[in-house]
Design a protein around this ligand. Structure first.
Ligand SMILES: [Zn+2]
Length: 314
């Protein structure tokens, strides 16, 4: 059989995961060192205000939450504009993510500080804003934990609109990280492998996952993690979809794996339980109608999409 490049479906599965709705035009080729200052001079600029893993949201009269602040409007929140990151450009103008200095408990009644996970899980903002939040959250977290040059220890400086740090002592340039995580659903036509982490919500089972290590392909990481966590050897591994995951700056890479053995040997340091589930049972878990209240992860999670795609497959 010959290889055909564009046999993949037009409907990309990655379009449907949480944080995938980012509409920002990043214009990565135009990130001059003065790009944040230029953006702030534009009255149409909109800011996302962030503090300690939380997004600040304006509470409207109707109860709707609005994450967008104007530059002047953001001043009372002690924003560090020098630490602002130019995420890119929307149809309305430049978009920045900026650390705010005001503590959540000092905020006025009309502004709420809500952690990123709740903002996303509860669908408090639209998908485009959630995507922008993921981009900003990942970059602010990276800057906060990479203040000093890892080569010589000198405090480095933000450059390129927040997409680089430069060391004034040794000249090394540091670039934002994205940490790849493999998440995989091991499945046959009849059954799939789901596990329960020790910190999961009651009744929840999900696809297994683990960090991809240096020098490893995605497929090798999927096979290694599945063998380590469940004692299941995999044959074929197929990529399905990916998801930006800003906790703090991962990329979830979702795959399907074909099991070569049946007998699970769960790593009970990592997992509380791991077992095979038949398709009918998983369908009930997706629909939240399982008799023992077992559930799969919520809709925005890539695990949900892997499980849903398998349940709906032939
Ligand atoms: Zn240095």
């Amino acid at each position: 059989m010959s290889f055909r490049l564009f046999d993949a479906p037009l409907r990309e599965p990655s379009q449907f995961v949480g944080f995938a709705g980012n509409m920002i035009d990043r214009q990565s080729e135009n990130r001059a060192d003065d790009s944040v200052d230029k953006a702030l001079a534009d009255p149409a600029t909109r800011l996302l205000l962030m503090h300690g893993g939380r997004l600040y949201l304006k509470l409207g009269d109707s109860g709707a939450l609005d994450p967008w602040f104007g530059a002047t409007e953001s001043e009372p929140f002690k924003v560090s504009l020098a630490q602002g990151i130019l995420l890119g450009f929307s149809e309305l103008g430049p978009v920045l993510a900026v650390p705010a200095g005001v503590e959540p408990e000092q905020l006025p009644e009309t502004v709420k500080a809500i952690d990123y996970r709740s903002v996303y899980m509860q669908g408090l903002i639209d998908e485009a804003a959630a995507g922008a939040m993921a981009q900003g959250a990942a970059l602010l977290a990276w800057h906060a934990s990479h203040r000093f040059c890892s080569k010589c220890g000198t405090e480095s400086q933000m450059r390129a609109g927040g997409y680089k740090r430069h060391c004034p002592n040794c000249g090394t340039e540091h670039f934002p990280r994205t940490d790849p995580v493999a998440i995989m659903l091991t499945a046959t036509r009849e059954k799939c492998l789901l596990g329960r982490g020790r910190h999961f919500a009651p009744g929840m089972y999900s696809a297994l996952a683990g960090f991809i290590e240096p020098g490893e392909t995605i497929e090798a990481a999927v096979r290694r993690e599945t063998l380590e966590e469940a004692g299941i050897r995999l044959g074929r591994v197929v990529y399905h979809a990916s998801q930006p995951w800003p906790f703090p700056y991962s990329l979830m890479i979702g795959c399907f794996g074909e099991p070569l053995n049946d007998d699970i040997q769960a790593d009970l340091n990592e997992l509380e339980d791991c077992r095979w589930f038949f398709r009918d049972e998983v369908r009930l878990m997706l629909e939240r109608t399982h008799k023992d209240n077992l559930v799969t992860p919520p809709k925005g999670a890539i695990a949900h999409h892997l499980i849903r795609a398998w349940v709906d497959s032939e």
